[in-house]
Design a protein around this ligand. Structure first.
Ligand SMILES: CC(C)(COP(=O)(O)OP(=O)(O)OC[C@H]1O[C@@H](n2cnc3c(N)ncnc32)[C@H](O)[C@@H]1OP(=O)(O)O)[C@@H](O)C(=O)NCCC(=O)NCCS
Length: 174
């Protein structure tokens, strides 16, 4: 994209707490991403659960936009989200997805980095998640972030697929 002066602008993800007005976009991304998608009510339950539930969206904004840090979905489209629970010192990532049009542009990495970073500030020492054994993109992403495979959960998903359990020690800074 070019601004009025002809200078190229780079679109970049900005991470914000999820609000209910983001849910149309979030549910659309969810439905395009999973065979067994969460419902709108499930996302709403997470938004209403209180501080245990950490829900964020990624907006794509222009890097030269000096309002980027105050961005809302009126500044740029919601292109991804992350859902997590912080219970005591453990962060459990329950869901993450990026819209098809925004993949391989660092959006999921930005969401993970933000979620992990803010919960380390809140005292998190361990992060854990389950991922489908066949989900190579997600397993690559978590591997890049230093998650290690801890084991498998047989027939964890409704269609009978196994889950790989992955964890990361947040006290070890790389
Ligand atoms: C998995 C997913 C969230 C990744 O989102 P993304 O924004 O495209 O990921 P990023 O651009 O931040 O990728 C970061 C790194 O992850 C890895 N990665 C991401 N997508 C990949 C793919 N399709 N194949 C291989 N590696 C991949 C790469 O190492 C990548 O770095 P690189 O682009 O420099 O090579 C996205 O593919 C998605 O929404 N999938 C459907 C939902 C899903 O499976 N969620 C995970 C549930 S456990």
């Amino acid at each position: 994209m070019k601004n009025g002066s002809g200078v190229s602008q780079i679109r970049q993800p900005i991470i914000k707490p999820m609000v209910s007005s983001d849910l149309d976009s979030v549910v659309r991304i969810e439905e395009h991403s999973f065979h067994h998608p969460w419902t709108r009510d499930q996302f709403m339950d997470e938004l209403e659960r209180g501080p245990v539930s950490r829900c964020h969206v990624a907006l794509m904004v222009d890097s030269e936009d000096d309002t980027a840090q105050n961005a809302t979905s009126s500044n740029g489209p919601v292109v991804g989200f992350i859902m997590a629970w912080l219970v005591a010192d453990e962060l459990h990532i329950t869901n993450i997805a990026v819209g098809l049009e925004a993949r391989r542009r660092g959006v999921a990495a930005a969401l993970l980095e933000h979620s992990i970073g803010e919960t380390i500030e809140l005292g998190a020492q361990w992060c854990q998640l389950e991922v489908r054994i066949s989900n190579r993109p997600a397993r690559e992403l978590y591997g890049l972030f230093g998650f290690k495979t801890l084991g498998t959960r047989k027939r964890y998903y409704p269609d009978g697929e196994d889950a790989v359990v992955m964890g990361k020690d947040l006290t070890i800074r790389v």
